[in-house]
Design a protein around this ligand. Structure first.
Ligand SMILES: NC(=O)c1ccc[n+]([C@@H]2O[C@H](COP(=O)([O-])OP(=O)(O)OC[C@H]3O[C@@H](n4cnc5c(N)ncnc54)[C@H](OP(=O)(O)O)[C@@H]3O)[C@@H](O)[C@H]2O)c1
Length: 224
């Protein structure tokens, strides 16, 4: 059975993707900081929970131990929006921005470094969950967006350095989740699709294994 590690699997896209892989007979390991929420999601979706903060090196070691010596898929999905309401860069609190980079850039790279030997054994796949804010200059999105741009570039260079692996940055599109609500506090986001709508895009990448690179879920979901 193929093995996947998905960070941030207790809610949103991570949980929906974990459930989809489990239904395809994958063994899935997932994390999240809120242990109770993670345990409940793991029971519902059928994955193995390893609670913790992806920015914590000891927790990342626990994740690597749970994954074991060979891993087919790493999804760097856990992410923080940062300050809400989104502040302009001119007054973005730098301590908060460092935290955004710690969770959204350094943690996924550190986890990838730890898991590269296990991924290399299977010729596996690495996915960094990106955002349109990585490439569009939206007002207020400079903290989160620049961190996602950094994750995109790390992902692109990893793809070049590891031609034996499939390495993707994926923009999932807008999704009706807690993070999206935090970005639009007090606004009605009920017109945004649920995260499950983006999952087939990720499954298509796994099924078709195109060249490493950056992909938009909207393009992957469009009829051929
Ligand atoms: N929603 C959108 O419209 C949208 C658009 C573009 C890109 N994205 C990206 O899609 C991905 C999933 O976002 P989502 O909207 O599904 O978010 P979400 O519903 O808020 O879920 C985030 C998940 O990540 C976990 N998490 C957050 N910080 C963590 C940390 N430090 N360590 C471990 N787990 C952590 C959360 O659990 P705990 O809080 O318990 O840790 C939760 O399981 C993110 O990379 C996000 O940037 C989202």
């Amino acid at each position: 059975m193929p093995v996947a590690l998905i960070t941030g699997a207790s809610a949103g896209l991570g949980k929906a993707l974990a459930a989809a892989l489990v239904s395809r007979k994958w063994t899935v390991i997932g994390d999240g900081r809120d242990a109770a929420a993670l345990t409940a999601a793991a029971r519902e979706a059928g994955f193995t929970p390893v609670p913790g903060d992806v920015a914590d090196p000891a927790h990342r070691a626990d994740l690597a131990a749970a994954a074991g010596p060979s891993l087919d898929l790493l999804v760097n999905n856990a992410s923080t929006l940062g300050v809400s309401p989104l502040p302009p860069l001119g007054r973005y609190p730098l301590a908060e921005l460092e935290d955004v980079y710690r969770v959204n850039v350094f943690a996924p790279l550190a986890l990838t470094q730890l898991l590269l030997p296990a991924l290399t054994k299977t010729g596996g796949t690495i996915v960094g969950v990106s955002s349109d804010a990585a490439v569009e200059a939206y007002e207020g999105w400079g903290g989160y967006g620049s961190a996602k741009a950094a994750l995109d570039q790390l992902t692109a260079v990893l793809g070049t350095e590891h031609p034996d692996l499939a390495v993707y940055a994926v923009d999932p599109g807008d999704m009706r989740t807690a993070m999206h609500q935090l970005a639009f506090p007090g606004e009605d986001i009920s017109d945004r699709p649920l995260p499950g709508a983006s999952v087939p895009a990720f499954l298509r990448l796994l099924d078709e294994r195109p060249a490493s690179g950056r992909y938009r879920a909207a393009d992957l979901l469009a009829p051929a």
